[in-house]
Design a protein around this ligand. Structure first.
Ligand SMILES: [Mg+2]
Length: 137
């Protein structure tokens, strides 16, 4: 892609948010990462016409105000947002959580790995797949 990619990262854990943003912004493809810390803030940001629409959303599952499931429902029900790929990124590796997110229209589900090196490697893999292998809308 020739232009910079806009990510929206919805993550309430400040440490995880920093690591994801840092890994994406220092990756091979120019990108900007907007970070919001709860589900309600994600929908507010998406509804703000002054902000660029994200090309890809990275969504935590357990969040204050609206959780990841509720955010997914709102995204998939909205004509301007339903096409945006959503990568779930959660510390939960529970089968029920994974199935529920796919049912609600998640594009993929990535469990947060343990350990800094593995964490960065997984974010790199997500970036590679979505920006180099797949085509964004
Ligand atoms: Mg969380």
């Amino acid at each position: 892609m020739s232009r910079s990619v806009n990510f929206l990262l919805v993550e309430d854990n400040a440490g995880d948010a920093f690591l994801v943003k840092d890994a994406l912004e220092n990756g091979a493809i120019p990108s900007t990462v907007a970070v919001v810390h709860d589900g309600a803030a994600a929908l507010t940001r998406l509804g703000d016409k002054a902000q660029a629409s994200p090309d890809l959303i990275i969504l935590d599952l357990n969040l204050p105000k609206l959780d990841g499931r509720q955010v997914l429902d709102a995204l998939k029900a909205h004509p301007d947002w339903c096409h945006i790929p959503v990568v779930m990124f959660s510390s939960s590796d529970a089968h029920n959580d994974i199935v529920e997110c796919y049912r609600r229209g998640a594009s993929c589900y990535v469990p947060k790995p343990m350990g800094l090196d593995r964490f960065r490697a997984v974010i790199r893999s997500v970036e590679r797949f979505w920006l180099e292998v797949a085509r964004l809308p």
